[in-house]
Design a binder for this molecule. Structure first.
Ligand code: BGP
Length: 460
């Protein structure tokens, strides 16, 4: 039997934009996803946009029933910034207050612990128009949003997160064009990363000053960089990839300072952001209480043997290249490698190098296309998803036996939801959602998850 502690969190995560629907009504103003869909709908799989999601805005009560039916003792979502504060005047939208209170209460009434995150890739458009995270003013606006959310909803919230995967809006928004504003501007990317970290630390400071008694953390996609070989060039490539993609938020959030080697590279490349000594003090003095770790796939790297032109646009790939390892196990629908042992490696890294900080798996899951193929007697028999969870849980349990301080396992996701540019291509849910009829049906994995959560483990 693979067994977890009695108080282990079993649950799932989603985000406001991916699950609420009601994108342009009840006082919500557009965020960058609503806007991007409006101007370039063809970029989104089958032209399905952020209004067509699993409809929590209307169905939260029914969804709370399904959370209970699938054994959840915890659930994470985010508060939509552009729903709560729809305009530059900073005024709170009363309809949003009522919605979130009722929604959160319906979850709490089921005895489910609520984890709330403040930012999940969803910058309000009116703030993107003044520069988004590149503009310092947005840091202050974000802190105000967090404080207002705390004042309005704290009675329902058990745990807080400042950001979900902050490296993603940096990389996708300002280097690789997978998120709006689709810029390629490394200098701005570094400023955005710094301002985001400052926003996270400043929110922690402000909430603690307001008397926050609950734990607050940050969710990071800690994808270890595995070098192709033991050759020192490959090893160096791995170290540098880790600096950019793991340590850039992990170190300041948990240890209170940026890694020196990262700062050296940023300086050498002429990409240093604007900041003050006071900013660094805020980061140093306001560290997270715990971490959420999203894990889907490892990052495999090798040396970059090519020379960059002197005036080439900077990319982290100057220092390493992605390595397509032959024979790797892959989820073909998402194109992501499946490598459960990385969860063990993450756990040991946090134990040994990050003061054994408490953490939980805050996302792990498998998106699969056309799950209708697997339907038998009306139910989707998603054994692949059950195997995926078991494979990761085995490694998690092994790490915990060796002292890792993990407190829970939350999957992505509870009910099929909207996956950004992939829209509804790949389905991740424990519960199936029929976009046309709105009907929900628990998949085989949902029943497995219920047993897992109730027994705090599974027979192996
Ligand atoms: C994470 C995000 C989620 C979710 C998930 C699955 O990085 O935090 O928002 O979307 O990945 O990825 P996708 O939906 O792109 O398949």
């Amino acid at each position: 039997m693979i067994k977890f502690p009695q108080d282990f969190f079993f649950g799932s995560a989603t985000s406001a934009t991916q699950s609420e629907g009601a994108g342009d009504i009840f006082g919500k103003s557009p965020n960058i996803w609503d806007y991007w869909y409006e101007i370039e709908p063809y970029k989104f799989h089958e032209k399905i946009g952020p209004r067509d999601t699993s409809n929590f805005y209307f169905d939260y009560k029914e969804n709370a029933e399904f959370l209970a039916k699938t054994g959840h003792n915890s659930f994470r979502t985010s508060i939509s910034w552009s729903r709560l504060i729809p305009r530059l005047d900073g005024k709170v939208n009363k309809a949003a207050v009522k919605f979130y209170r009722d929604y959160f209460k319906s979850i709490k009434d089921k005895g489910i612990k609520l984890f709330i995150n403040f930012f999940h890739f969803d910058m309000p458009l009116y703030l993107q128009e003044i520069g988004g995270w590149a503009n310092r003013e947005v840091v202050a606006r974000y802190v105000d949003f967090c404080v207002k959310s705390f004042e309005l909803f704290d009675e329902y919230i058990d745990y807080y997160f400042t950001f979900n995967e902050p490296i993603v809006h940096v990389e996708c928004g300002y280097l690789s064009q997978y998120h709006y504003p689709m810029e390629v501007d490394p200098k701005k990317a570094v400023q955005v990363a710094f301002n985001t970290q400052l926003a996270s630390s400043s929110a922690i400071k402000a909430l603690k000053e307001k008397g926050l008694s609950k734990k607050i953390g940050i969710i990071l996609n800690l994808t270890p960089a595995y070098p192709r070989s033991d050759n020192e060039n490959d090893l160096r490539a791995g170290k540098i990839a880790d600096l950019f993609f793991q340590k850039s938020f992990l170190d300041p959030s948990v240890l209170g300072a940026y890694p020196k080697d990262l700062v050296k590279i940023i300086k050498k490349e002429g990409l240093m952001p604007d900041f003050s000594k006071e900013d660094l003090a805020i980061i140093r003095e306001n560290r997270v209480d715990f971490l959420g770790v999203n894990y889907y796939q490892p990052l495999r790297v090798k040396e970059n043997p090519y020379v960059y032109k002197d005036d080439a646009i900077f990319s982290p790939n100057k220092y390493y290249l992605d390595y397509d390892m032959p024979g790797k196990k892959i989820n073909p629908y998402r194109g992501w490698e499946i490598y459960p042992k990385a969860l063990y490696d993450i756990a040991i890294n946090l134990r040994d190098n990050y003061n054994n900080i408490p953490w939980l798996v805050s996302e792990n899951g498998m998106g699969v296309e056309d799950e209708d193929r697997f339907r038998k007697n009306g139910r989707i028999e998603d054994d692949y998803r059950i195997d995926f969870m078991k494979d990761h849980l085995r490694y998690l349990s092994k790490a915990m036996d060796e002292g890792a301080n993990c407190k829970g396992y939350q999957v992505w996701t509870f009910i099929d939801n909207w996956s950004w540019l992939n829209a509804y291509k790949n389905r991740y849910g424990l519960v199936e959602y029929d976009l046309k009829s709105g009907q929900r049906r628990i998949k085989k994995s949902g029943y497995f998850f219920k047993d897992l959560a109730e027994n705090k483990g599974f027979d192996d």
